[in-house]
Ligand binder design. Sequence first.
Ligand code: TEU
Ligand code: CA
Length: 537
Amino acid sequence: PVDKDWWRGAVIYQIYPRSYQDSNGDGIGDLAGIIHRLPHVASLGADAIWISPFFRSPMKDFGYDVSDYRDIDPMFGTLGDFDAMVARAHELGLKVMIDLVLSHTSDEHPWFRESRTSADNPKSDWYVWADAQPDGSPPNNWLSIFGGPAWQWDGERMQYYLHNFLSEQPDLNLHNEEVQDELLSVVKFWLDRGVDGFRLDTINFYFHDPELRSNPALALEARNDSIAPSVNPYNWQNHLYDKNRPENIAFLKRFRALLDEYPAAAAVGEVGDDQRGMEIQAEYTSGGDKVHMCYDFAFLSAAQPTGKRIGEVLSKFEKTVGDGWACWAFSNHDVVRHASRWNMSEAEQRLYAAILVSLRGSVCLYQGEELGLTEAYVAFEDLQDPYGKAFWPKFKGRDGCRTPMVWVRDNATGGFTDGKPWLPVAVEHLERAVSAQEDDAASHLNFYRRLLAFRRHHPALVKGTMSHLQATDEMLSFVRQNGDERLFCAFNLTNAAQPVTWPEGQWQIAVGAPFEAPGDGQDALLGPWQAVFATDA
Ligand code: TEU
Ligand code: CA
């Protein structure tokens, strides 16, 4: 029997296909390379993989600019390779989630090519077109996340078109039902090919205000802090009109109805909104009739969360999102790797990893996180990311977390490729290559394996409720409960010993807990960067 609920509490391992494993020496990772490395993912104890886009694309935003939703870019392989990859993943017990970018296409997509030819062709309304203001300026004040206005003048159609990201990523007009139908047929195409689910890119950007009202300025205290507004002016605006529109709910219901025609398909929607992220998550995931979960941004920003901050996020989540579900992450292909972002020691990284897998929700791990990889320095000459090029040097872009995965220590490219890697391999990563950690019981990699095995063996951690939350700057603790199993989880977020405040009852250290027990009694101090997991059975 299929487990319809597999996504609830799943550990999802994110693969950035360009940088995972090259199989043909062109310096770019590919699907055949992923097939070769899937046993690594399975050995880690992940439940699913999420693969960043591999569709046909001019690669202006490295695959997030799709020119054919129903084909694999030749750089990554063929549909045959894709089918083989799904089959291999399933053999290894891994679900496959693919990354659908439905908010925008590439400007080279045939739909856009047609749309831009005139104001009255069959696809003329498939994108968001608007006239210039009398003085020739864009229709309103909307900004692109990647810099400049969100409007690009098109000399062919003599109108502006909307793009929330690059000008080579024109926004689709989902107010048009034909566009919705076509996108849903893309979803069906991949479901019929056997995928288990989707990561939906920028799900809250699907709809814009049809009246094209300008965004108001944002109150100081409500700013997005992932990239400072002084660097990116986008973060000075309150995005009331260019995204987060109410029409999205009806579309997400259509999407979900389609998924529910399949035995166990699930979706995680990306909601990268620091201002109302939690409220939007609640709207999109509650009720079980829209997306299954939202990808949460609370821990992807610059500041390292203290116990207190984590506690605030969790209690707000419990209050706001209710029966909805989150997917938590510390790293991905868009942000500085968290080992560096939070400047953590090895012990600290392990403690934070333990916190991540103990939160109520699903978890995304980003390739290399299991090795403890740090952010790579990528010099301007080697820079590939258009976002980085736009804001260099105040913001160095996203290449530092996209450098190749390291498999083999004694190899100049870490075993990633026989050719010249598309981004340089970070020399300091080599000592953390899989080959260097594989057989060392004390390695970061083997710690992650124990951690995930521990989580898997405790349904309270996977699907349980959360209660008894206590949070200070130094200590975080809560109880996770599923059926009869109650698991007390306490984390010392400092480099000094801390007392634990135990909930009422008799607690004993859980079998297989991935940290040393803090002595034998409940009153013992918790050592620096230590966690304790205890059952009351
Ligand atoms: O990222 C969306 C994105 O850029 C948000 O995280 C953004 O920073 C936030 O909404 C600002 O409030 C996704 C992909 O992950 C990224 O790689 C793509 O470049 C982007 O969409 C465009 O498709
Ligand atoms: Ca290749």
